[in-house]
Ligand binder design. Sequence first.
Ligand code: HEM
Length: 420
Amino acid sequence: MNETVSLVDYNTLLHPYKAYKYLRDTAPVKFEPLLSAYVVTRYDLVREAIRDTQTYSSEYDGFLAKSQQIAFESAPPDVQKRLLELNQAMTPIPPTMLTLNEPKHTLYRSLVSKLFTVSEVKKAEANVQAVIDEKLTNLTSRTQADFVTEFGFPVPLRIIGDRLGIPEEDRPFFDRAATAAASALRLSPLTPQQLVERAETALNLQKLLIGLVEARRREPKQDMITILANSKLESLDRHLTHGEALSILNQFLVAGHETTTSTFGWGMLLLCLNPKIQDEIRGNERLVRTFVEEALRLESPVQGLPRLVTKEATLGDTKLKAGDMIMLRYGAANRDERQFENPDEVDVQREKAGMQLAFGSGVHFCIGAPLARQELNLGFLSILDKLKNIRLTEGYPAPEAEPSFILRNLPHLQISYDFR
Ligand code: HEM
């Protein structure tokens, strides 16, 4: 490891933890030319930046738009023409929570928080458990399975579809579109054909969701879209526009589904690699909760997100100026030995395991965290209730992350197990 360490080379994307340690120890705020951003890897500095929303702004839409613009410009003229047509047909999406600062951020956040109150989350528990039980039969009908495709992927997708109130007949399309929306955050290069397909899917998803917002205004039901469609923005005393509702729903799909899938996958891999833990935490809600926090800490599904520097500042020893971008690395902060003892080990007895930053912190702290934790805690409790001696299936390549600078996803995990 040396000065030329880059977080965006292929092997480091797959295995970033050595590079993170090197950066924490030698250059915790380091300029990465390929990203045109300063990468922040130490826990205290990541937290300092998250907390100081005056200096480190979340209004970084331009950073994401730049990568879309590059993809657009490199497409052939006929593809560009089609993309422009699709773009014109789309409802414009204003920033709502993730990429807004206070006080506008607070306006949307307080409306959306109605969806995740303790009582709303509790009310959903029976449904969450029912989905888990149903998808568990994908595992219990055999003794070997790809855990991600059979359980980790379908459970959060089904639950978010149920909670939003997506009609059964629209599920196959919704499932495809939600998956495509999440993959947008991977910032992976796409072929021109994929670009067009993604834009068409995004347009059809908009049509489906706007139709549902309107339908729930006419006839409310017991679901999240009903609450979103009929609540008013407090100080403005008006309902959400279509664009605002789409922006919020889009964030649920981008931020909420694949991240939970990832944690199921990485958590299961940890159980396979540390078999004693399976018996240690089985049936113990408190230990399963700590285990889930450890899985989130060790393999943070959102490895990092940017912030835009608004004024001259010093972070660590690095001087920054207005207009600079920083890239917070939750995944690096979560393995910082200055914060967590034996940071590379899963410790189900760890005190303050909840200090991990996989959900961020401060005003943008993940609003869906109560739902994600509910799914993961109930999911692992139920799996361990039914299965034992869970292990990697022999004869398959070692499970490997999907290369992405933003998300850390485990697409496949072949496991074998015995029944209890
Ligand atoms: C394990 C699962 C999840 C992880 C690791 C995760 C991670 C994160 C992180 C790191 C942030 C903070 C962004 C920042 O610092 O700017 C965030 C925000 C957010 N998350 Fe999650 N998330 C998860 C699940 C969910 C779910 C289930 C939903 C909704 C259904 C959701 C919706 C959101 C939204 C709307 C925001 C923006 C909040 C704001 O800016 O005020 N997330 N999430």
